[in-house]
Design a protein around this ligand. Structure first.
Ligand code: ZN
Length: 146
């Protein structure tokens, strides 16, 4: 698989670890959107598109985010720590929608995306810079997975 194009929309929110949203074209024929550039303690890294996981209230069956303490619909107290834990004991709140299945592919995507991100950062400093048009997803920044 070759990465044919990376489009980068910079996110300018100084308090946020989310630095850019990207869409990546593979082999000129398949596009994955909502790939994120996140600022971690060890530098920038790439997070795959993910969705928040949820579960259902035992009393009324409504869907709630795993971090919710009370049901959105009926107000019943929900048990804390009901999210599954990862191997490091952190709550697993997001599930990847698309992701590489081996380290080599992850490295390839990460390199291309970070490079495109750095180029876009440089471009954004030029006068007359026009940011890429892209829809923003409404979900939050995923937990850091190292
Ligand atoms: Zn409920």
């Amino acid at each position: 698989m070759e990465i044919s194009e990376v489009r980068v929309k910079l996110v300018s929110n100084k308090d946020d670890r989310l630095k850019a949203l990207c869409s990546v074209t593979m082999d000129n024929e398949f596009v994955v959107r909502d790939i994120k550039v996140i600022e971690g303690v060890g530098g920038f890294f790439v997070a795959m598109p993910s969705r928040k996981m949820s579960d259902h209230c035992e009393k009324c069956g409504s869907k709630n985010h795993l971090r919710a303490k009370f049901c959105n619909n009926c107000g019943t107290a929900l048990s804390e720590n009901r999210a599954k834990k990862d191997i490091k004991g952190r709550m697993k709140l997001h599930a990847d929608i698309a992701h590489p299945i081996n380290a080599e592919c992850r490295r390839k995507i990460q390199e291309k995306v970070i490079l495109a991100f750095e180029e876009e950062m440089e471009r954004s400093k030029q006068p007359g810079y026009e940011p890429v048009e892209m829809d923003e997803p409404d979900d939050e920044v995923p937990e850091i997975v190292s």
